[in-house]
Design a protein. Sequence first.
Length: 104
Amino acid sequence: MNIEEVDERDSTWEQHDSTFRVYFAKGIDRAITTMDVSDATFSEVQRWAQEKAGDDTIVAIALVGLDSRGLKGLTWLLGMDPNDFPESAIESRMLAEIGAEASV
C-alpha cells in the first residue's frame, strides 16, 4: 500500500450520480448474476448486496464508468470478478478480501 499526502484542490471535477455494478457469485461453481445500482451511496449498495446475498454467495462491487470512447468499464471498489484469476499481488488481495481466494 502506498500512501501520499496530496493537495485536495488538485481535482477539477466530482461526480455524485454514480452507478455501481454488483457481482453475486453463487455456490461452488460461482455462477455470476450482476446488477447495476444507481441513485444510491456506496454504503447503501454494499449493505443491500450483503443482505441480498446468501451464505454461499460472494459479493464484489465496482464503479461503472465510461472511457473517452463512451465504452463502459469498471473500477473495483470491493473485491473483483470472483471468476478471474489474479495476475498480481493486489488482485490476490482483492479476491481475499471477499473470501474468493484463487481456487478457480
